[in-house]
Design a protein around this ligand. Structure first.
Ligand code: MN3
Length: 202
């Protein structure tokens, strides 16, 4: 049984950057539905007992064909939203330690990295998907992925920070204002969690 993370803050904690109704709907409707469908589909998988969602998502070819696409989309939705909600915080601080050092070396600082992450999200990605900070070949890099895919399903890398660019992540408050949404996102990143992911990845 795959379980969502417990939301580490209240629905209104990210106001005014992300509004209460969006957080509540995103977590209680979208994330919940992905999770339920993923669990349902996995009842039809064999030989996957004890595997993490991440492992399942990286061995889709071992699943029965009839559930492969469903697991890819709903398992991805389950996994990515755990990362996403965990990556946000009303007081996420600033990058420090190794993360700050690598952001300086690989981008010229956190601000410059966010410009690239935001640019990929608003101009390179078409339709629903995600923009990511990843660790690739020992360096920080930006990646995009369609639907609920993970960049690491396509190439060897580790996901550090996800930016959800599905309309459900921002439409209630920002309508078609993708740029306003990503600017708001920049202000509520939980840099501590991102730093911990980097430590784990190395
Ligand atoms: Mn979403």
């Amino acid at each position: 049984m795959f379980e969502r993370i417990k939301l580490p803050y209240s629905y209104d904690a990210l106001e005014p950057h992300i509004d209460k109704l969006t957080v509540e709907t995103h977590y209680e409707k979208h994330h919940k539905t992905y999770t339920e469908k993923f669990n349902d589909l996995m009842k039809k998988a064999s030989g996957m007992d004890g595997k993490s969602a991440y492992e399942v998502l990286h061995s889709l070819d071992k699943l029965p064909e009839e559930i492969r696409t469903g697991v890819r989309n709903n398992g991805g939705g389950f996994y990515n939203h755990n990362l996403y909600f965990e990556s946000l915080s009303p007081d996420g601080g600033k990058p420090s330690g190794k993360l700050a050092e690598m952001l300086d070396n690989d981008f010229g600082g956190a601000e410059k990295m966010l410009e690239k992450l935001n640019d990929a999200a608003t101009t390179k990605l078409f339709g629903s998907g995600w923009s990511w900070l990843v660790l690739k070949d020992g360096k920080l890099d930006i990646a995009i992925s369609p639907n609920q895919d993970l960049p690491s399903q396509k190439e060897k890398c580790v996901e550090l920070l996800p930016l959800d660019m599905w309309e459900h992540a921002y439409y209630l408050k920002y309508k078609n204002g993708k740029k306003s949404y990503v600017e708001a996102f920049n202000k509520i990143i939980n840099w501590k969690v991102v730093g911990e992911r980097l430590e784990k990845a190395k």
